[in-house]
Design a protein around this ligand. Structure first.
Ligand code: CUA
Length: 349
């Protein structure tokens, strides 16, 4: 028989201030959330979904969250009970040992396998549903992830744009994800995504936006030094506004006859800009973003900066300074040339 260890007088326990401080901080955080009214509807939030895709993934997230909360409570209460019930007491015998208990081992292996199955079935269903091949009636958008910006093509409308994705509310859209360089990940937190954009193969996302708005998008796979600067905007329109946008994009660019803008056009068309960028009627490059309707877009350079004359001038003077690793070369433009180019680009409605 195992003898209990000889008892020795124990030192008096001191109050643990560090634990008290930690508990206090947690309680205060809980108070501030409920008293101030925690705002979950933030630009990068995934818990206030605005599409069917977002809702489906959110339902799975909540299912897993509630189950894991339940498991956490059961485990912690069980642990607390065992710690209290079998605590070390003077003269108490060692409790009955259950190591290698077959029924317990088999029981909790089966229980957790069943719980994982509860998570797996809806998860697999949503994965398949959201990457179905495009329905004939869906709006098709070809998404190209490039270091470090996004190109969006609408083959049925013959439109190409950059860093701004326009969608009509209530219509199913299918995104065909592709790219020329490295792996990126297409993510619109409030609408869905985080699906890899793999060079030279096509991945799909199918979703229906349900609420009009202006939502941020972000590359979610590390893809080089300016990964964090590879952003985009998603504008979900009412159907009539979407049609207006399509018509405006299909029309030839309207350029200003202002002297500075015309000087900018001359600089553009006589420099190497034309080798990389398309402006309908002026150039036909395909390496960089299509600039035909540059002024219709609020932001540029992977949605990094607002399209203001100052930002554009600074960008063309030294792209790498504004966006580390930018593949657009430094063409040695002066500040004056930059301002003229900005005037021209900002006239291309
Ligand atoms: Cu593209 Cu990260």
């Amino acid at each position: 028989m195992i003898q209990p260890p000889a008892t020795t007088p124990r030192p008096r326990r001191r109050f643990d201030w560090s634990l008290a401080c930690l508990l206090g901080a947690v309680l205060m955080l809980a108070c501030s959330c409920s008293a101030v009214g925690w705002n979950w509807d933030t630009p990068m939030s995934t818990v206030m979904p605005k599409s069917d895709f977002g809702k489906m993934t959110h339902e799975i997230f909540m299912l897993i969250s509630w189950w894991t909360l339940g498991i956490f409570i059961v485990v912690e209460v069980g642990l607390a009970y065992v710690c209290w019930r079998f605590r070390d007491r003077a003269g108490a015998p060692i409790p009955k040992q259950v190591h290698g208990h077959t029924v317990l081992e088999v029981g909790w292996t089966i229980a957790f396998a069943v719980i994982l199955l509860v998570f797996a079935i809806p998860t697999i269903r949503v994965i398949f549903k959201t990457q179905e091949a495009p329905a004939a009636t869906a709006l098709r958008v070809e998404v190209f992830g490039k270091q470090w910006w996004w190109e969006f093509r609408y083959p049925q409308f013959k439109i190409t744009t950059a860093n701004e994705l326009h969608l009509p509310v209530g219509q199913t859209a299918t995104f065909l994800l592709n790219g020329p360089d490295v792996i990126h990940s297409f993510w619109m937190p409030q609408l869905g995504g985080k699906r890899d954009v793999v060079p030279h193969r096509i991945n799909h996302i199918t979703l229906t936006p349900e609420v009009p708005g202006d939502y941020p998008g972000q590359c979610a796979e590390y893809c080089g030094v300016s990964h964090a600067n590879m952003r985009f905007r998603v504008i979900v329109h009412e159907p009539a506004d979407f049609e207006k946008w399509v018509k405006a994009q299909q029309a030839p660019p309207v350029e200003s006859t202002d002297a500075l803008a015309q000087q900018g056009k001359t600089i553009f068309s006589q420099s190497t800009c034309v080798g990389c960028h398309t402006i309908t009627g002026v150039s036909a490059g395909h390496i960089g973003p299509d600039l035909t309707h540059f002024a219709s877009r609020k932001r540029f350079a992977g949605s990094l900066m607002e399209s203001t004359p100052d930002n554009i001038a600074k960008w063309v003077e030294n792209p790498d300074h504004m966006k580390p690793g930018a593949l657009m070369p430094n063409l040695g433009m002066t500040g004056e040339q930059g301002k003229a180019l900005a005037a021209y680009l900002l006239s291309l409605k």
